[in-house]
Write a protein that binds this ligand. Sequence first.
Ligand code: IMP
Ligand code: MG
Length: 183
Amino acid sequence: MDVESVASEITKVLVTEEQIKSRVSEMAKQIDSHYTGKDLLLVGVLKGAVMFMADISRALESRVQMDWMAVSSYGHGTQSSGVVRILKDLDADILGRHVLIVEDIIDSGLTLSWLVANLKARGAASVEIVSLLRKPDAAKVVVDVTWVGFEIPNEFVVGYGLDFAENYRTLPGVAVLDPKTYN
Ligand code: IMP
Ligand code: MG
């Protein structure tokens, strides 16, 4: 799916495929050096982080394992409810392990702050976060994110895994959805 095919549904492209690619490799180097000599488990948050997980995991030189969680905080709307529910739990036991949460975007921060507390309570040796995007204006909760790809304005975005009602996930870059598309 290319941007031209949805040109009338978006207002602008915020982050291009090329920008994502180069930022992902920068962050991968930082992550590699942070975890040198440690055993690392990547935990992707379904479904939005699928593209980011696929790219950043392959950009790492470290040997890592991969696991997934699915949580719900949104339903089909564009506003976070703050109510988090586990839809799919980890397969792995994370007791004593170094865990890196791989997330697509931090909006209110409610989902991640809940997730970090949940994973720490299971006895992980460490829990860090890498998020491709962050909307700083919306921070209702302070979340300590170790690596952020891009700071973006407070607009609803789609693409590179991010959806609106399950659409647009396969766009190669990140674009602002035209409000007339969801209003
Ligand atoms: P938070 O709990 O408000 O930080 O919401 C985090 C989750 O909401 C993310 O993992 C996304 O799945 C979703 N989300 C937040 N903002 C957007 C957006 O602009 N586009 C698509 N999904 C979003
Ligand atoms: Mg998500």
